[in-house]
Design a protein around this ligand. Structure first.
Ligand SMILES: [Zn+2]
Length: 189
């Protein structure tokens, strides 16, 4: 996805949270500490209370987005910019692009790059899948089959490749993205 698509699809923090909840949990919240699904939503805080171990959590726990005060939309944009930059992007440039300080941009880059280095191939696969998916989505505008794609096309982004568990990135390529033949030339925007 390019940044315009991300801006449109994820207009605010809440929509980013929703997206992560869908791709990580399939909308059924699961406590990251005890794996219980016996939870009570706390909608105002975009969090959940675990009725089993009595902790509170949000979908970002254990992901690269965890413990950041930054708006998730900026993270999503940063992911797009960093992953799509063929020759890399400087912290200064990233800072300008998403309107954060250079230090913040540097920190975001470090986290994202670490995730990419550790699981580069998987991430790359996900980006390719995503591009394929975007192409698929466009085709869908012509012949839309309801429910045919399982989880729907609009909210696929490379972002999901950055999910982390226990400090490790967890890429969910197979689960998250329908496998389709790659045809990059027709899918580049
Ligand atoms: Zn729990």
């Amino acid at each position: 996805m390019n940044i315009v698509q991300i801006y449109k699809q994820f207009p605010d923090h809440a929509s980013c949270i929703k997206h992560l909840e869908k791709v990580r949990w399939n909308n059924i919240a699961e406590c990251p500490y005890c794996n219980s699904t016996n939870t009570t939503p706390v909608p105002k805080e975009l969090r959940y209370h675990c009725n089993n171990c009595n902790t509170s959590f949000s979908v970002t726990v254990g992901t690269v987005f965890h413990k950041t005060k930054l708006d998730l939309q900026k993270w999503f944009l940063a992911v797009s910019l960093v992953l799509n930059a063929k020759k890399g992007i400087s912290a200064r440039q990233l800072a300008r692009d998403i309107n954060v300080t250079k230090d913040t941009a540097w920190y975001m880059q470090m986290r994202l790059r670490k995730a990419m280095v550790e699981y580069g191939e998987l991430l790359e696969g996900i980006i390719e899948c995503d591009e394929t998916y975007v192409g698929g989505k466009n085709r869908h505008n012509n012949k839309k089959t309801k429910g045919g794609q399982g989880r729907g096309g609009e909210d696929k982004t490379p972002v999901i490749g950055i999910l982390e568990r226990g400090g490790k990135v967890k890429a969910r390529k197979a689960e998250t993205f329908p496998v389709k033949p790659l045809n990059p030339s027709s899918n580049r925007m």
